[in-house]
Design a protein around this ligand. Sequence first.
Ligand code: ADP
Length: 460
Amino acid sequence: MNLKSVNFKCFNLKNFHPKSLNLKTLPIWRDLVKDLRLCLVLLIVAAIIGLLSHALWPCLVIALVLFIGLQFRAFYQIYYWIRFQPEQNPPELSGVLGEILYLLYRYQRQEKQAKTELINTIARAQTSISALQDAVVLIDSKQHLEWWNPAAEQVLGLKAVDVQRPVLNIIRDPQFTHYFENLCDYPNGIKLDSWVKPQHFIQCEVTPFGDHEFLLLAYDITHLHRLEQMRTDFVANVSHELRTPLTVISGYLEMVSEQQDISTRWQRAFKQMQQQTRRMNALVNDLLLLSRLENEELINKDQVIHMASLLNELFDDAQAYNSDPNSNYGHTLNLHIESHCNLRGSKLEIASAFSNLITNAIKYTPSGGVIHIGWASDQQQGYFYVEDNGIGIEAYHIPRLTERFYRVDSARSRESGGTGLGLAIVKHVLAQHDGYLDIQSKMGQGTTFKAVLAQTRLVD
Ligand code: ADP
């Protein structure tokens, strides 16, 4: 049988219906007819010979045995091809067995083609990944290193002998171990000091895939780190340099404005100048605080903060601010200490963040409002909250509120002496204490700012 000439028609099960069964439409029908024809020819020849030799039945039996023998021979050829010569062309057979053999051969060729395509795709993917500057490492379900590109050797210092070794034995940084074991807590990956090149930094991102396997991406971010450091240093230096001139200016302004013999016009001018220098001072202080927060080493985050006394101190300051005769706030302030837990962190920074939230509530609530300040905790977290019934914030502002200098209403913020840095400071302080800020607000009804702190920071 010439394999190329076989016209294979697909038997579509969707069109199959027992009532409309017509043998002639079966794709194998033609081959079945061939087999039957061969059987018939053999029987006719045997019958003729049998009639002539007066041995009809023996001749018919011999013909049948011959037919069955031919079928067995075909079976054996198929078996021999599959067993010993699957790479070569199959034997040429006719009839039903020929058709079955052809289907097998076609299936085998398709499989081979798919396999070749897959191998080519994998090879192409590997070549392109190998050309990357970033390290790419495949980690199997047992957390063993499986494959990596050449860049991984530069960035992570992997060596050929490390293959099949546990990733945590090769990357021994405790921060990486914590990251790898708690991937959900680090949606943006982790920044690590390079153990290959001193004074270099790498960003690692691990993504789970497949059957508990992992893809580790790592790249050198030293350049970015230096730029970031330059920016932080610049802001810190400028703020620091501005401090002395500001102190001198405000000192002289105070001295001059206290003089009795200056006209009312000048008095007003000096008052405005003093207001603006106070704002600049607040701005400089906030910028310096932000710079300090960015430099983690400067902050001792392991002090035990006695929350009840801290909240009482903040509450007293809030009462004083609220009853400032110049501002005319006149709110009702309530303090709720619902948890006996204390907090482990930096007292100065935590006090500054909580105080920002309280001051904002007082500033952005129209006179005579009600403000609740509280501290609570449950099995998972600790919560410091400030709830006001003030102007509220439209939902689309909320995701951007903690950006530096983002204000909902710039004029109102400036008027109330705001620097636009308060919530950015709160966000940084909370991040430093494994926490985050939750903001819920309804326009015209009020806002609740909730500082959520991890259970690991709570002290019983
Ligand atoms: P600012 O110094 O301007 O107050 P913040 O970073 O503290 O800067 O706050 C950012 C903006 O968020 C504010 O300008 C204000 O529009 C809005 N905001 C903050 N707290 C409240 C609040 N309790 N109610 C309404 N708006 C608020």
